[in-house]
Write a protein that binds this ligand. Structure first.
Ligand SMILES: NC(=O)c1ccc[n+]([C@@H]2O[C@H](COP(=O)([O-])OP(=O)(O)OC[C@H]3O[C@@H](n4cnc5c(N)ncnc54)[C@H](O)[C@@H]3O)[C@@H](O)[C@H]2O)c1
Length: 348
C-alpha cells in the first residue's frame, strides 16, 4: 500500500493506492457524512458501504449536469447536512467530478473524499482537484479546483469494470507514460497479458506511478497556468473526436495521442523509433481505432474547445518520451496537418 501526498498552496490531500477500499470507514467523521455513488457501483459494492445515507445518481456523463447538483443539494439539506458535513464519492470520474463540484459549492464548501473505482478515475480524474459538470453537450464548463481530503484507489475494484471502460482508462495510463514516466511504458509493453488479466500488484504499481507523476505536476501548477497543460497531450484532437463520435473519453484521447505523436514526428521533434513505439503500444491495447471526421467538422469542434485563444491554440507535442512541450499553433496549421493525416500523407 502506498500513500501519495498532494500539497498545494492551501490544501493537503492524501491518495492511498493498493489498500482495501472498505477501510474508508476509518476516515469518515462520526456524524453527518453522506455517500454519493452511481447505481452500478451501488449494485456491486453497496452491501459493503459504510452505514450512512446513500444518494444515487444514474451512471454516465448524463449525470454531470447542474440539475443533478441542484437535486443532490436539496437531498443534503433534507438529510440535515450543514457546513460541518462530509461527502464521500464512491465511483468513477463522473461520481468524483459531481461529488467534488457539489462539495466545493454546497454551503460555500464542505469536506469531501473519494473511493475512486474506475481505471480512468484512479489514474486521472480523482487526482488534481478539478471538478466539473457540463453545460449542454459542452464538457466541464462549470467547475472548480478543489482537492478532496483523501482518495482511495483499490485496484481490486477494477476487476468488475467493463472491458471497454478498462481500456478507456488504459489510454490515460499510456498518456502518463508518454509524457511523464517511461517505466509505465516498459511495464505496459512487458506485461500486457497480466495487465489485461487485471493483476492487482501490477495495477497498483501502474496506478501509483501515474498518480505520482500527476501529483508532481499539480503541486507545481494547481490551476493550469502553465505546466499542467502537458496533461492535455492527445486531448485537442481527442475532445473533438469524443464530441463528434461519442466514443468513450479514453478511446478519443488515444486517437488524439496518435495524431499528436505523428504531428510531433512530422515536425522532426521525435525519432521514428519513438513514434513507432507509441503507435505500437496503442495498438497493443486495442486503442488504435480509425478516425474519419470531415476536416470542417474537426475545425468547428477544435475552435469550440475552451483552451483556444484567438486563432491560435495550445497544442501539446512531444520531443521524446517524457518530454512534452506546449506550443501555440495556428488553428489553420492544425487543420492542415489533420487533412494530410486523413489523406494518409502523414505516415511513419
Ligand atoms: N476531474 C478531472 O481531472 C478529470 C480527469 C479526467 C476525466 N474526468 C471526467 O471523468 C469522467 C469519466 O470517468 P469514468 O471513465 O470513470 O466514467 P464513469 O464514472 O461514467 O464510469 C464509467 C462506467 O463504469 C462504471 N464503473 C465505475 N467503476 C466501476 C467498477 N469498479 N466496477 C464496475 N463498474 C464501474 C460506472 O458505473 C460507469 O457506468 C468524464 O466525465 C471526464 O470528464 C475528470
Amino acid at each position: 500500500m502506498e500513500k501519495i501526498i498532494i500539497t498545494t498552496s492551501d490544501s493537503v490531500s492524501g491518495i492511498v493506492v493498493g489498500g482495501r477500499w472498505q477501510a474508508v470507514v476509518k476516515l469518515l467523521p462520526e456524524k453527518d457524512a453522506v455517500i454519493i455513488t452511481d447505481s452500478n457501483i451501488a449494485d456491486i459494492y453497496g452491501d459493503d458501504f459504510p452505514d450512512i445515507p446513500v444518494l444515487k445518481i444514474e451512471p454516465g456523463e448524463k449525470s454531470k449536469q447542474f440539475k443533478i447538483i441542484d437535486s443532490l443539494a436539496k437531498k443534503l439539506l433534507k438529510a440535515g447536512i450543514d457546513r460541518s458535513g462530509f461527502i464521500l464519492g464512491i465511483g468513477g470520474g463522473v461520481v468524483c467530478d459531481v461529488t467534488g463540484f457539489l462539495a466545493s459549492v454546497y454551503m460555500r464548501g464542505i469536506r469531501a473524499g473519494y473511493v475512486s473505482t474506475s481505471l480512468l478515475s484512479q489514474v486521472d480524474a480523482s487526482t488534481g482537484g478539478k471538478t466539473g459538470v457540463n453545460a449542454g453537450s459542452v464538457k466541464n464548463v462549470l467547475g472548480t479546483f478543489r482537492q478532496p481530503e483523501f482518495v482511495i484507489c483499490d485496484t481490486t475494484m477494477l476487476r468488475t469494470l467493463p472491458d471497454d471502460e478498462y481500456l478507456s482508462g488504459m489510454s490515460e495510463l499510456i498518456k502518463t507514460g508518454i509524457i511523464g514516466d517511461r517505466s509505465i511504458i516498459d511495464l505496459l509493453e512487458n506485461n500486457t497479458a497480466a495487465i489485461m488479466r487485471r493483476e492487482r500488484e501490477l495495477l497498483t504499481s501502474l496506478v501509483s506511478k501515474a498518480i505520482r507523476y500527476k501529483a508532481s505536476v499539480v503541486a507545481k501548477d494547481e490551476k493550469e497556468a502553465g505546466l499542467r497543460r502537458v496533461l492535455n497531450f492527445g486531448h485537442t484532437f481527442g475532445h473533438a473526436v469524443e464530441l463528434f463520435s461519442g466514443v468513450k473519453h479514453g478511446y478519443a484521447v488515444a486517437a488524439g495521442m496518435k495524431m499528436a505523436t505523428l504531428y510531433s514526428y512530422r515536425k522532426d521533434y521525435i525519432s521514428r523509433k519513438d513514434c513507432e513505439r507509441i503507435t505500437d503500444l496503442l495498438k497493443r491495447y486495442n486503442l488504435s481505432g480509425d478516425i474519419n471526421i470531415p476536416p470542417e467538422k474537426m475545425e468547428k469542434m477544435i475552435v469550440h474547445d475552451k483552451k483556444r485563444t484567438g486563432t491560435e491554440m495550445n497544442f501539446v507535442f512531444i520531443k521524446g518520451i517524457e518530454k512534452p512541450v506546449v506550443e501555440k499553433i495556428p488553428v489553420r496549421e492544425l487543420i492542415g496537418f489533420y487533412k494530410d493525416y486523413l489523406k494518409g500523407i502523414v505516415v511513419i
